[in-house]
Design a protein around this ligand. Structure first.
Ligand SMILES: Cc1cc2nc3c(=O)[nH]c(=O)nc-3n(C[C@H](O)[C@H](O)[C@H](O)COP(=O)(O)OP(=O)(O)OC[C@H]3O[C@@H](n4cnc5c(N)ncnc54)[C@H](O)[C@@H]3O)c2cc1C
Length: 266
């Protein structure tokens, strides 16, 4: 088999693997993306996401809640039992200050945002903060290489779509490979990769722009934006069709959904 640019790069780091296609799922700092010399278009948000597991006295009944606060979104995501995970956006220096607080003071800051609707709160895991960014690879493919998940794209977590997008990538790539393999064709052929890239890149850019826009709209106290935002939320709340559309969008059920995500065989 002819050596590709990436297999030559692997040899330089002292390891050699042979495959007709390599799927790079090694996260936002993807080493494989770097070895393939694929650039990203990236911008930091000067915001960080604080994550922690929180225990509460009352049942959450499987309900996820999101508050849009001036500093950014605050999401409460149900876990098993009387536990929830939080994704709390703050300006980066403020996030650093908050995670370094002694536990009683951290709890007080948390209660201000979480509220006490689920009863007494308890912090079950050390809070950590992660800098937030938008970053999209200039290409999702190279010779015999496909980027999937955060290796291909990182978006603001306010819509909770990062993992969904990665799952869509995997399902789309599997479908492209299976369709070619069924004809006895090479799974790493350029037409497989270009179909995968066409399928996923446009969708990713659209989601990246949407989350970027939502973050600007919600992390802002300018009066016209505040008015637009409140009016928008009110409209969505009163229009069941719109509400359903956003719920389907959040569940990753709109657009060209790959078969595996629709529960079909490939
Ligand atoms: C604060 C925050 C909150 C978020 N909240 C949500 C949310 O509510 N909902 C949601 O859907 N998404 C959320 N996301 C995004 C979500 O976490 C990511 O989109 C998702 O984890 C990406 O999965 P991935 O497998 O592509 O990458 P990762 O989860 O980063 O996994 C990459 C894996 O590759 C491994 N790896 C890397 N390099 C190597 C190597 N050289 N050799 C071997 N292994 C390697 C790593 O150890 C890691 O296990 C959030 C992100 C942040 C930062």
């Amino acid at each position: 088999m002819r050596r590709t640019k990436i297999s030559r790069a692997f040899r330089r780091v002292g390891k050699e693997y042979r495959a007709r296609l390599l799927a790079a799922a090694d996260g936002a700092q993807s080493k494989l993306r770097g070895l393939a010399k694929i650039q990203t278009i990236a911008r930091g948000y000067d915001q960080s996401g604080i994550v922690a597991t929180i225990g509460h006295a009352r049942e959450h009944n499987g309900k996820a809640v999101q508050h849009f606060l001036p500093s950014g979104s605050f999401a409460i995501l149900p876990l098993t039992g009387k536990r929830s995970s939080i994704v709390w956006t703050e300006e980066s220096t403020e996030a650093k200050r908050i995670v370094a607080l002694p536990s009683a003071e951290f709890l007080a800051e948390l209660e201000l945002r979480f509220g006490l609707q689920l009863g007494e709160l308890e912090v079950l895991s050390p809070a950590r903060s992660y800098p937030l960014q938008i970053s999209i690879a200039r290409s999702f493919v190279a010779e015999r290489l496909a980027l999937v998940g955060d290796a291909a794209h990182v978006i603001h977590p306010l819509a909770g779509q990062g993992l969904n997008m990665g799952l869509r990538d995997v399902a789309a790539l599997a479908e492209c490979i299976a369709d070619n393999a069924r004809l006895g064709l090479d799974p790493g052929a350029p037409e497989v990769l270009s179909r995968y890239q066409r399928w996923r890149r446009a969708d990713t850019v659209a989601m990246g722009l949407a989350t970027d826009g939502l973050n600007r709209l919600f992390s802002n106290e300018s009066m016209p934006l505040k008015y637009l935002r409140d009016m928008g939320l009110g409209l969505v709340d009163r229009a069941p069709g719109l509400k359903k559309f956003f719920a389907r969008e959040a569940a990753g059920l709109t657009g060209d959904v790959p078969k595996l995500l629709r529960g079909e065989f490939i």
